[in-house]
Design a protein around this ligand. Sequence first.
Ligand SMILES: Cc1cc2nc3c(=O)[nH]c(=O)nc-3n(C[C@H](O)[C@H](O)[C@H](O)COP(=O)(O)OP(=O)(O)OC[C@H]3O[C@@H](n4cnc5c(N)ncnc54)[C@H](O)[C@@H]3O)c2cc1C
Length: 405
Amino acid sequence: MSQPTTSVVIAGAGPVGCLMALYLAQRDIDVLLLEKEAQLPVDLRASTFHPPSLEMIAELGFGVIEAMLAKGLVADRYQYRDRRSGEVASFDMSLIADSTRFPFRLQLEQYEFTRLVVDRLAQLPSASVRFGCEVTGFEQDDDHVAVQLDTAAGGETVWADFLVSTEGARSRIRKLANIDYLGFTYNEKFLVVSTDFPFEDVFEDLAWVNYVSDPEEWCVILRTEKLWRVLFPTTPETAEDEARLLSDAFIQERLHHLWDKEGDYHIGHRTLYNVNQRVAETYFKGRVLLAGDACHINNPLGGMGMNGGLHDGNNLAAKLVRIIRDGAPHLAEFEHYNRQRRDLAVRFVQEHTIANKKLMEARDMATQQARQQMLMETAADPVKAKAFLLERAMINCVRDSEALA
Ligand SMILES: Cc1cc2nc3c(=O)[nH]c(=O)nc-3n(C[C@H](O)[C@H](O)[C@H](O)COP(=O)(O)OP(=O)(O)OC[C@H]3O[C@@H](n4cnc5c(N)ncnc54)[C@H](O)[C@@H]3O)c2cc1C
């Protein structure tokens, strides 16, 4: 193979690829970040940054965290609301102030983070970012990876020491590497809509993040820095009827069920998406690695998808620095990455998110009451509430994964 063009090629400028690129470039490691779209995607997706992610972003420097804090909304408490009984279990995140510099969830659209990072990368000589550049294949030997690209000017090959796929759940590199994506897809879809309606004026003492149980239909009500966003489940029977689920009539009915205001809601965005629980059978093959949704995906209850991906990216970037700068053996480092991050995805994230979904959707009254009772008791007891928050804020899981030899 030819001489490497760059040390690390990262395929996909989502939050995970962006974090990795900045981490490496900041340490003077040559990195090429490739994005198939002509510009950064602006999707209605992750909007919650948990404390460990904020700490990792703060470590990146370049004023990224300061800009995020200035733009985002600080959610220093969140609530589990039972609409039947009117009970509210409110979790105060200041209870974990001795465990993190950021005892809150930051509500900010993920594309605001990627924009900030790409701006910074433009100032760093060791980073290159190319848009409209899709990775279509690769070949690797013991020393290098040849990465094939499709660009507006035609096909091209670049050589790298390592190739990282942060291409999201449909990762082409994962498929080409014959790595299975084990797990399942739920039969039903989730509907997310945004609106400028001020829910805080009609629901008393509403937090910025609320999980709402209801005998007929549960939902999640989140405030982003821009709008309120409501996530509704839909039924497996209607999953194929996308036109109906995305219609004004259906969405207005769902929103009026939540709060029966006069007249129509103004609807900002609407997205219908599949819900998966999957983990790749391995996070690397030779010199080719996976991070973020490319290697794990879960339902969004608890906001662990992007956050878990950022934690992968931070862990893997640190290992790449040890390999490239300090000469650490790559296979041992990658096996360590696999043990730390894959085991955790299976044990922690998958378990928690599957359990969160089961609890939210339970329809029988006894289960709903027991769930709300457990949450009320936990929120009212500072010791239990702190333990609950350390778990849900992903602080425990990052500590556990870092401690794994
Ligand atoms: C409605 C919704 C709400 C969510 N809410 C949350 C939340 O609150 N908290 C949370 O933690 N997670 C949440 N998630 C999950 C979160 O959005 C994802 O986990 C996150 O986007 C994964 O980031 P990523 O960088 O791995 O991949 P992506 O964000 O999917 O980025 C992949 C990038 O790679 C590019 N690409 C793909 N293939 C190629 C290729 N071959 N060559 C070059 N470029 C390529 C794509 O265009 C894209 O820009 C939510 C998801 C949804 C759908």
